[in-house]
Design a protein around this ligand. Structure first.
Ligand SMILES: C[S@@+](CC[C@H](N)C(=O)[O-])C[C@H]1O[C@@H](n2cnc3c(N)ncnc32)[C@H](O)[C@@H]1O
Length: 217
């Protein structure tokens, strides 16, 4: 299904980067370790939502190869075209996740790898809460981001102008807890993408579970 978004700053950046993004980031051992955390806990044939699925590699490719049913959402038509070609065993839709309806308790796991950074803080927190509700109770949530305390910071990412908003690490943790998720493990790393214009960046990976029952009150 293609529901193309026009005029999104994220779509412009990632349409321009395309496969270059994968070449720069595919060597991340922390990302692979995060996928291993999911693989070790998912029941066979689990339904997984990959938010900001990029080129489909490594996330959708690794999860689909293990037999899970993966739905990738991405606002960049170029990324969706690459992912659909590279990982035909997964399903990809071109859509802005902020405006994509998600059924409650409909996924066994949700992954959000580096796809929040072009949203406002309010949008990021609201989205995490909505994604938590889309998980079945006890479902798994993997989130990775660049834990920078910046709002609408104008920078350059792999040669592309970007406007970035993030949270400090402790505030990312607060956002996922407020969504009813329990952090089971976290990893902070420095990663240098394989790209001439890339800078070393801090990365935070959180591995969480939706609580089995709603918090009281
Ligand atoms: C930094 S890339 C990461 C790609 C992939 N998750 C990975 O780790 O390899 C961020 C991706 O999120 C997508 N994205 C950003 N904002 C989005 C939004 N509002 N809705 C859907 N996708 C979005 C971008 O188009 C891009 O493909």
């Amino acid at each position: 299904m293609v529901d193309e978004e026009h005029g999104s700053p994220a779509a412009e950046v990632f349409d321009a980067l395309g496969i270059e993004y994968e070449k720069a980031f595919a060597s991340s051992s922390a990302h692979r370790a995060s996928l291993d955390w999911l693989l070790a806990r998912l029941a066979p044939g689990s339904r997984v939502l990959d938010v900001g699925s990029g080129t489909g590699r490594p996330t959708a490719a690794v999860l689909a190869a293990a037999g899970h049913r993966v739905l990738g959402l991405d606002v960049s038509p170029v990324m969706v075209e690459i992912a659909s070609r590279q990982v035909p065993e997964a399903e990809f839709r071109c859509a802005d996740v902020r405006r994509t309806p998600l059924e409650d308790a409909s996924f066994d796991a949700v992954c959000v790898y580096f796809s929040l950074l072009q949203m406002t803080r309010t949008e990021q927190a609201e989205l995490v809460a909505r994604l938590a509700r889309a998980l079945r109770p006890g479902g798994l949530f993997a989130l990775a981001t660049v834990p920078l305390d910046v709002e609408e910071f104008d920078g350059v990412f792999m040669g592309q102008p970007v406007r970035v908003t993030g949270f400090a690490a402790e505030d990312v943790v607060a956002v996922v807890r407020a969504a009813g998720l329990t952090v089971q493990s976290q990893e902070s790393v420095m990663f240098t993408p394989t790209h001439a214009d890339a800078m070393p960046e801090p990365q935070l990976f959180l591995h969480c579970r939706r609580e089995e029952t709603e918090p009281a009150g």
